[in-house]
Design a protein around this ligand. Sequence first.
Ligand code: GRF
Length: 223
Amino acid sequence: MVAASQPTPPRIVVLISGSGSNLQAIIDNVANGEIEADICAVISNVAGVKGLQRAEAVGINTHALNHKEYESREAFDVAMMRQIDDYQPDLVVLAGFMRILTSDFVRRYEGRMLNIHPSLLPKYRGLHTHRRALEAGDQEHGVTVHFVTEELDGGPLVIQAIVPVQTGDSEDDLAGRVLKQEHIIYPMAVKWFTEGRLSFNGGQVAMDGQPLPEGGLQLDTRE
Ligand code: GRF
């Protein structure tokens, strides 16, 4: 008797630079069966970070490629692509990967690379998003999951979580409130992608075959 072959789960490679709490949220959702996928590898541009330890603790392959050891951004990205492609991923997840990517890198994974950015894009691309939201006196802030395109933090939106800014919030208070939501919406987006429900083709993000509005889906956590 020949056993029926099991379909192979989608393959994910996660890129990090630091703590890896978003990585942990995805690991946990794979472990509890919410996401059916194989996290084949975690790659960091900084050695020894907590995110790599989180991956090692559950037996995921890890690699550290120190960008400072490469003569150019292009050379580093070529090395990253080689490392990533060894795993033939269906999805590349940027989870706190603090590097600007070359066009060649972005094009290689376009349509199968997600990023999470701690602001309500298109507001506050780049760094220090929580501080900038506080300085601007914003009453709402949040986080966005988006597909990666060549425009920095500019790719099409998948889902945003809106969080309230509270009187007297410090940068850390706000960052903590946002991070909590990151751990909810990033696994959601990864799940949709791995289930084949979420796609980005021909410049259009679609969910279940229906184009998403420009602002993506929204999770409003304000009361
Ligand atoms: C998160 O705030 C994410 O939005 C940003 O970098 C941070 C990474 O945190 N891109 P962690 O490493 O997942 O804990």
